[in-house]
Write a protein that binds this ligand. Structure first.
Ligand code: TF8
Length: 338
């Protein structure tokens, strides 16, 4: 054997070895991941889903492909959750509020006026309380990866400007399929009607319901201004979204694959929160320009609504367990003093 030949063979075996080494170091197989969501592609949810898909491709060297499927084309939240649990769909992002029937601790995030600003939101959701609630999903067949921001919710309707609680009387108000939202708005005097988000635009358009409540971003991206004249800035609750995976599927992934998804989810979260906040900051002006009549509640009226809504606190505490409730209050106290 010539020296050259020997050198070539040695070089080739080093190449083979190092290739298999990096394959070992990165145990990643080709994967197709269907990632469903409910809003349209032009929404904050759609933009962040795309960031997640791009990041997964980047971190996996193109082996893991996320197909982001929006506008509830894979079904409303509840249907996608069941598909994840059964292993028929890999991933989704949706409201924590629609998960309460599966994992009762999620109702913590439905508590009116629990979170007062985005600093409290990020610290609470990304800290031990958020982790605890997220990890409860594992017993139910889902893996919770990160929280995204849906945002502070506000009221819209087609009937009249709501300047005081009594104005809510008789308003047919769509709420999420969730008991806290149902009883909160019943308490305020509205005729609360639970409905999937995917049905909402046409329900508003046909006057099956008069109103709904969602963050500025969604009122804008789902074009609710076309069918809703009035908006009242209530900020009655901070709504998170949660990125979830099918546990059945997740458990078959290698540690490296799971890490790619978790790292990409965090990148998407940071992008999504900034994007959502930037959009929300100018959304009120945009909605006014689209013809909506917007009012803020007087401090006295806001206080009255708040007092009414905090009446649901006891039942939330009972549902999620007083330990979690008390830990959350303690954590919030810490955040507020820090
Ligand atoms: C609602 C929620 C929705 C989300 C979304 C479909 O009102 O705020 O925006 O569930 O993921 O249903």
């Amino acid at each position: 054997m010539t020296l050259l030949r020997r050198t070539l063979i040695a070089a080739a075996s080093v190449a083979v070895l190092s290739a298999s080494f990096s394959a070992l170091a990165q145990d990643i197989k080709p994967r197709l991941i269907r990632f469903g969501y409910g809003l349209n592609e032009q929404s904050n949810q759609g933009r962040a889903a795309k960031v997640f898909a791009d990041e997964v491709a980047k971190l996996s060297g193109g082996k893991m492909k996320v197909r982001a499927i929006g506008a509830a084309a894979l079904g409303p939240d509840n249907q996608m959750q069941q598909a994840l649990i059964g292993g028929a769909q890999e991933m989704m992002v949706g409201s924590t509020a629609t998960l309460v029937g599966i994992s009762k601790e999620m109702a913590l995030w439905d508590t009116p006026f629990l979170i007062g600003n985005v600093k409290e939101a990020d610290t609470l959701l990304d800290g031990p309380i958020g982790d605890k609630v997220r990890n409860k999903l594992q017993d139910k067949g889902m893996v919770g990866l990160v929280y995204w921001e849906n945002g502070f919710r506000n009221l819209t309707n087609s009937k009249r400007a709501i300047t005081k609680m009594e104005d809510m009387q008789g308003i047919k108000l769509r709420v999420m399929q969730n008991n806290v939202f149902l009883s909160s708005f019943q308490t305020l005097g509205a005729n609360a009607i639970p409905l999937a988000f995917s049905e909402l635009f046409s329900a508003l358009e046909t006057n099956t319901v008069d109103g709904q409540e969602n963050p500025f971003n969604t009122i804008l991206s789902s074009k609710f201004y076309e069918v809703q004249k009035y908006m009242t800035v209530t900020n009655h609750v901070y709504s998170p979204w949660i990125v979830t995976a099918s546990k059945k599927w997740w458990d078959q992934l290698s540690k490296d694959e799971q890490k790619v998804l978790m790292d990409a989810a965090k990148v998407s979260r940071d992008f999504e929160r900034k994007d959502t906040r930037d959009e929300a900051a100018k959304a009120m002006g945009d909605l006014k320009a689209k013809g909506m009549q917007i009012n803020e509640l007087s401090p006295v009226e806001a206080g009255r609504m708040r007092d009414k809504l905090t009446k649901v606190y006891a039942s939330i505490g009972a549902d999620i367990g007083m330990d979690l409730w008390n830990e959350t209050q303690a954590e919030l106290k810490k955040i507020r003093s820090g």
